[in-house]
Design a protein around this ligand. Structure first.
Ligand SMILES: Cc1ncc(COP(=O)(O)O)c(C=O)c1O
Length: 368
């Protein structure tokens, strides 16, 4: 068997930047400033500029970003928040962590993102907010979702963990809701060297609340006006992120080039559906996720594994089917069908061309 092709490999991304990352680490070590501080402030303003938003606020993780954003909206016990069941658990978990109830709505079968009509049907008198998830690097239909939110007086929190650098009709993901949550988990399109996250907004008042919430609900020294969190981005991670941020576009372009090569090759293969891109979307392929219908997905995955090719199923258990959410009931047929058909293939920016060809050949062989 030839060398294995891992599903994801960060070494190609880190290697060329290793000297700069080491210098950044050394700069922070010698500065003696480890929490927030000038590195975080500088990263926040660089990220805000890149995303064209008024405020970018660094926090501990993407999960904390979602929790703090919901708290900034004032959401808590007795409230309902609608999100997708076809996502990573944090999108819903954050709702429960603030004491509210997660309510699911189904996704669009093409984009895999929250469907506006399904959201509208799930709204009750308790609904306070919607969390659209920009899944796999493709933006949710924000115009339609914002219209539903406006009609019903709801807040919108974009879960932008998988989409940094992606756009929707020319607007950056993370600039279209009242608040947005980003993750810098190392495998994300912009990854830290540890945990990290960020909240963006154009609303000055919400930004103030978010800043207070991330630092123990404090307005200033010992001025605690609300119960908050210890959720600050640390200076070391901010310094690493500042090294990587200028390369985000080329990382995303690298992912898009791999996706384009796969798209072209799979166009002539029966039994596989390539990822859809809606009009006006700049897709950043956090995942390259194909669909393999007719019950063949798991056999294809096993055949790839035999050839040493890594692949992954995101998400095999839609959230409403998990033990933690099962009691809420509900059936979301599109999410349930996707869970049986989706397969994510290696798509990292520095995936060698020869490995891309082996992935293509592996799929061709598995579906022959
Ligand atoms: C869609 C989505 N939301 C939220 C998160 C949570 O981010 P973190 O791992 O930084 O807490 C992730 C990823 O981990 C994610 O993929």
């Amino acid at each position: 068997m030839s060398n294995p092709i891992p599903f994801f490999d960060l070494t190609g991304e880190i290697g060329p930047l290793a000297d700069e990352l080491e210098q950044a680490a050394s700069r922070v070590l010698r500065s003696g400033a480890f929490i927030l501080g000038p590195e975080v402030t500088a990263f926040e303003s660089e990220a805000a500029e890149l995303l064209n938003v008024g405020h970018a606020i660094g926090v501990n993780s993407g999960t904390d970003a979602l929790v703090i954003a919901l708290r900034a909206f004032g959401i808590g016990p007795g409230d309902e928040v609608i999100t997708s069941p076809f996502t990573f658990i944090a999108s819903a978990e954050a709702i429960d962590l603030v004491g509210a109830t997660s309510v699911f709505a189904d996704v669009n079968p093409d984009t895999y993102c929250l469907d506006a009509a399904s959201v509208e049907a799930a709204i009750t008198s308790k609904t306070q907010a919607i969390i659209p998830v920009h899944l796999f690097g493709h933006a949710a239909d924000m115009d339609a979702l914002n219209q539903v939110a406006e009609r019903h007086g709801l807040m919108v929190l974009e879960d932008a963990a998988q989409v940094i650098g992606g756009t929707y009709n020319g607007r950056s993901c993370g600039s279209m809701g009242h608040l947005a949550a980003f993750s810098f988990y190392p495998t994300k399109n912009l990854g830290a060297c540890g945990d990290g996250g960020m909240i963006t907004t154009n609303d000055d008042e919400l930004a103030d609340r978010v800043r207070m919430l991330r630092g123990h609900g404090s307005k200033g020294r010992e001025q605690h006006v609300m119960v908050g969190y210890n959720s600050r981005l640390d200076s070391l991670q901010a310094a690493f992120l500042r090294v990587k941020l200028p390369h985000l576009k080329s990382f995303n372009d690298g992912r898009r080039a791999v996706a384009a090569r796969y798209d072209a090759a799979f166009a002539s293969v029966d039994g596989i559906e390539t990822p859809f891109t809606a009009e006006g979307i700049h897709h950043v392929y956090h995942q390259y996720t194909v669909r393999i219908p007719n019950g063949r997905r798991d056999a294809v995955r096993a055949a790839l594994a035999e050839d040493g090719i890594g692949s992954m199923v995101y998400y095999v258990n839609p959230l409403h089917t998990l033990p933690v959410y099962k009691a809420g009931g509900g059936s979301f047929p599109i999410s349930e069908r996707l869970a049986t058909e989706v397969l994510s293939l290696p798509v990292y920016p520095h995936l060698p061309e020869a490995d891309q060809q082996r992935v293509i050949a592996g799929i061709q062989k598995a579906l022959a």
